[in-house]
Write a protein of this length. Sequence first.
Length: 690
Amino acid sequence: MLDETPVATLRGVGPKSAEKLAAFGIETVQDVLFHLPRRYEDRTRVVALGSLRPGDHAVVEVSVDLAEVKFGRRRSLLVRVSDGTGSLMLRFFHFSKAQQAGFERGVQLRLYGEVRRGPASLEMVHPEYQRIGEQDNPPTEDRLTPVYPTGEGIHQLTLRKLSEQALALLDETNLPEWLPEPLRTPTGLADLQAALRYLHRPPPGADLAALEAGTHPGQQRLAFEEMLAHHLSLRAVRQRATRLQAPPLEEGDDLLQRFYRQLPFTLTVAQRRVVDEILHDLAQPHPMMRLVQGDVGSGKTVVAAAAAVRALASHRQVAVMAPTELLAEQHFACFQRWFDALGIRVGWLSGRVKGKARRELLEAMQSGDVQLLIGTHALFQEDVAFDRLGLVIIDEQHRFGVHQRLALRDKGRERRRVPHQLIMTATPIPRTLAMALYADLDSSVIDELPPGRTPVQTVALAESRRAEVVQRARQACREGRQAYWVCTLIEESESLQCQAAEDTAAQLAEALPELKVGLVHGRLKDTEKMQRMEAFKRGELDLLVATTVIEVGVDVPNASLMIIENAERLGLAQLHQLRGRVGRGSQQSSCVLMYRSPLSQMARERLAVLRETNDGFEIARRDLELRGPGEVLGTRQTGLMQFRIADLLRDQALVPQVEQAAGWLLQHAPDRVAPIIRRWLGHATRYAQA
Ligand code: ADP
Ligand code: MG
C-alpha cells in the first residue's frame, strides 16, 4: 500500500534526504502524491519572441546575436538573442568562462524563464537553457511542469522526480477509492487517481487559473475528502462519547429557583433557552460536550453558574477553568457573590496558590467543604484530586483542540465514567470553522444581549491626535463615567509591555491631575491586580491604564470609554474583545482606536470593520476573510488543525456536502470511515481512540 511505502524506497532518496523529507511532512509515497504543486509552468510549446509580455513564463527557441560582459555596479553577462519575430536580452550575474564562451554568434538555444521588462528591451534573468541544433531537437514537454512548494534542503527537481516515480507506482498499486459512487457522481467529484494524475501533470490547455486558485475539480475532490476525514474523526469522538457514561445530574430545581431569585436581573430568552439545553444534556447518563457561543457581554457567566448549581445540587463537584488569572479571579468574585447567598463555598486555585493555602484548599475539597473550584489550568495538575467531578466548565478558550478537551474531561474519569463538559467562547466561530473544529461538540448560541445595552460608537484616530484623546478621557470622567486606556506592544516582551503601561499611566496622571489614574498589568501580584480592579469597579479610580490582560471577561458596567493604543497591531477578534469591556451599562459608550500612520491596507480594513459593526459573528466572518482560518484559530502557532490541501476559507462551499457525505457514510458504509480518517490524519488520530 502506498500509504505504508516509505519515501526512501524511491530512487534518489538516501537516509539524509529521507530525514529532510520527513521533517517536511513527506514520509510515504502517498505523502508525495498529496503534496500538490503550487503552480505550473507551460513548457509544452515554443512561443515566438514577438508575442512575449512581461510576467510570462515561456519556452523560446532563439539564436545568439551577441554576448558581452558589462562592468556596471555588478559584473554581468548580457546575451542578445532573436528568433525572427523579435529579440530578447539574457542577463547572467553568475557565469563561468566556459559558459560565456558557449554563447557564440549563431548558436541555437532553447530557453525557459520569466520575461521581465529590462532597461532597453525584454529580458530573462538566469533562464534555464540548452543548446539545440537546426533539426531533430528533443520534443518539448507534453505535460505542464509542476512547481511544488519546497522546503529546507528539498529542491524542486527532487520533488519532480519523486512525483514522477510516485505516479508510476500509482499505475501498479492503486490508492483505494474510499468515496463510493453514490457520493461522488451526484456531486461531480472526480475519482482519486484521475485527480492526482491530473494535478501533478496537467495536460496542455488545462485551466491554469482554476488550478492556481485551487478551484479545479481535481483539487476540490481532494479537499473534499480531506475535510471529510477531519469531520469524521470529530464525529467519531462524539460517537464514542455516547458510549461513555456520566452521572445524570437532575436534582435541585428548588436550589436553581433560589439561585435565580437572588440574581439582580432576570435571564434573557436566549440565556434561558441555552440553560434549558444544558440542563437537558446534564440529565443524560452520557457526558455532555457542549459549546456555548455568545458575543462579549451576552451573559455567559450566569449560564455557566446555573449549570454548576445543577451539578452541585446533584452532589457532584464542579471545576471552572479560565485562561488567565485575572479572568479566573473575576469569575471567582462573581460566583462567590451569587453562591454565598445559597450557602455554597467556592474555592479558588491558580499556580500561585502555594504552601499552606494550597494544602488547606485541597483538604477542603477532600472533605467536601469545597465542591466548586475556580481557577486557571492549575486546576488540572496532578495533586488536585476530584473525587466526584461531575461538570467541567471551560471559559473563553476557543484555542483548545480536541485533544485538550478530552484530556480535561479525562481528568475526572472513573473507568468509563467521565464528567460533563461545558465550553464557553466569546469568539464566535463562523460555521465553516465550527464544522471543522467543533464537530465533536453540540453547540448553543446566546444570540441576544441583555436589555438596555447601547451599541458602542467606534472611531479611529491617528496617534498625532493624542492630545484630543486625552481631553476626551478627561471629559468622560468629569461626567462621572470611567475609562480604560489600553497599551499594546505585541511583539515585545511582557516586561516591556508593562513598562510601557507604567510610563503611560505616569504621563496620564500628570496630564490629568484631577483624575485618579490606576494601572494593571501582568507583572503585578494577584492580590494587587485584584485590588486595583476592585477599586476601579467601586468607582474609586476614574481611568484604568492596562495591558491586554483586561482583554477577556473584565466587567465594569460604569466604564464607558475604551481607548486602545496601537490598535493597528491587534487582530479583529482581540479588538472586539477589548471593546466589549465597554457598552455594558445603559449610557452611550465609545471606543477610540489610536493608530500610528501609515496604516497598511490590512490594518485599514480591520479598523473599518470595527467602525461598521458591533456584531461578533459578523466580525468573525470578516476576520476569516481578511486573515484566513489559520490565523483566526491560532492554528498556525498551535498546529491545532492542519490541512494539506483543503483551505477552509476557499472551500467553504463544500461544507454542507461534507456533512451530508459524513452522515451517508456512517449509515451506509461505516467500514470506510476508519480508512478515510487514517489516510488523511494518519497518526494525528491518536485522540480519536480516546
Ligand atoms: P460574557 O458573555 O461576556 O461572559 P458576562 O457573563 O460577563 O458576559 O455578563 C456581562 C454582564 O451582563 C455582567 O455584568 C452580568 O452580570 C450582566 N448580565 C448577564 N445576564 C444579564 C441579564 N439577563 N440581564 C442583565 N444583565 C445581565
Ligand atoms: Mg465571560
